[in-house]
Design a protein around this ligand. Structure first.
Ligand SMILES: O=c1ccn([C@H]2C[C@H](O)[C@@H](COP(=O)(O)OP(=O)(O)OP(=O)(O)O)O2)c(=O)[nH]1
Ligand SMILES: [Mg+2]
Length: 153
């Protein structure tokens, strides 16, 4: 593939200084790992069922027409039950605040996270600009109103 990657301007806030910028870990990786910009020597302990907005130290300007999706890392989910509470979190193109990762510990044990740990992954995805148009009649389909298991288990 010869396509140039989409360039996304990013700022590192003072508490993120020195942390690696997210980037694809392999040529085919969909996500760029986000690391915790926690204070050095002050790990975050997430008790079972606890959640927290974990700072990344990053502010980004995602181009219009794209979004950022904050997704869990499967290893943390499998080993510790650590996941993203609002997965996939949505980073809007016009958002200029710090990107945060809303982690929740669904495991049975407390999870301790240190500064620099890779906690989630950011996927940049295209967004279709759309609007809803109010109509009197909506077109019919074979499925109709069937849903929620209507095709069987
Ligand atoms: O996991 C997330 C989700 C969101 N955000 C930031 C970027 C996003 O653009 C903004 C708003 O997110 P969302 O629309 O999901 O939250 P909301 O509760 O609807 O807030 P708002 O009223 O600000 O849109 O918060 C994050 O940093 N991390
Ligand atoms: Mg919103």
């Amino acid at each position: 593939m010869t396509d140039q990657p989409l360039a996304i301007p990013v700022q590192q806030l003072p508490h993120g200084a020195g942390l690696p910028l997210p980037r694809a870990q392999t040529a085919g990786s969909a996500g760029m790992d986000l690391v915790a910009a926690l204070p050095e020597g002050e790990p975050l302990v997430l008790a079972p069922r606890a959640r927290a907005a974990v700072p990344t130290g990053l502010v980004m300007a995602i181009p219009m027409g794209f979004e950022g999706q904050v997704r869990p890392r499967s290893g943390l989910a499998l080993k510790h039950g650590l996941t993203v509470a609002n997965a996939p979190g949505t980073i809007d193109a016009d958002y200029r605040g710090e990107v945060k990762v809303i982690l929740i510990n669904l495991g049975e044990e407390a999870v301790t996270l240190a500064r620099g740990e890779r906690i989630a992954q950011l996927v940049i995805a295209p967004v279709t600009s759309a609007r809803l148009d109010l109509v009197d009649l909506i077109g019919e389909t074979g499925r109709g109103a069937g849903g929620f298991g209507s095709t069987g288990r």
